[in-house]
Design a protein around this ligand. Structure first.
Ligand SMILES: [Zn+2]
Length: 197
């Protein structure tokens, strides 16, 4: 149901949103976005389907309307779910979520280019691929650290790796708003967040 495409890697952190597709911002029943990164957006077709299935309330509209012989309807720009979806406490352990936890920055030098993963305790030394042993690292730092431990390489991550909560990932996701935000979305987004330049 996503109306947004995402490009991660090569330093691009923007989620590309096409305003001409009239995407609707999807809020949970508590009027918070279902997700921030990528921002929870539905295509207008999916949104209208959900309206007719009475799964969502319309919160705001675009000026653009769709017509059929028997009805006319403005395209919703913000909808809220009628039933609250309880967010899971812990997110899945994925490459993307590790990057998001580490804010898409190398944990050794802060670089955002050429990101990959580093095992704090190298796999060759018995380190596992887990939340608390994997950090985002740029290729040069990854190469420099090689098969050494942090103590041997004297390379310590800015933040020791940990298993984040969904809430923590949400908070980080807010730092990367998409390329386009419709004005009707702004009341529900980012107002309590300081955006990084
Ligand atoms: Zn680095």
């Amino acid at each position: 149901m996503a109306a947004a495409s995402m490009e991660v890697g090569e330093g691009r952190l923007n989620v590309h949103v096409s305003p001409s597709g009239f995407p609707a911002l999807v809020l949970n029943a508590d009027f918070r976005p279902l997700s921030y990164y990528p921002l929870s957006l539905w295509s207008w077709q999916d949104t209208i389907k959900a309206v007719f299935l009475e799964r969502v309330n319309i919160v705001a509209n675009y000026d653009r309307a769709v017509h059929s012989p028997s009805f006319e309807m403005k395209l919703p720009s913000v909808v809220s779910l009628k039933t609250f979806v309880k967010p899971s406490t812990y997110p899945a352990f994925t490459r993307f979520n590790v990057f998001l936890r580490d804010r898409f920055a190398c944990q050794y030098c802060g670089d955002r280019e050429d990101l990959t993963f580093d095992h704090l305790l190298p796999r060759s030394r018995g380190g596992h691929t887990t939340w608390d042993n994997v950090v985002a690292a740029c290729s040069p730092c990854n190469l420099r650290k090689g098969n050494m431990t942090p103590a041997e390489s004297k390379m310590w991550p800015a933040q020791m790796p940990f298993q984040p909560t969904v809430h923590q990932l949400h908070r980080n996701g807010r730092l990367f708003p998409p390329n386009y935000l419709h004005e009707s979305w702004l009341d529900y987004l980012y107002w309590d967040t300081e955006l990084e330049p």
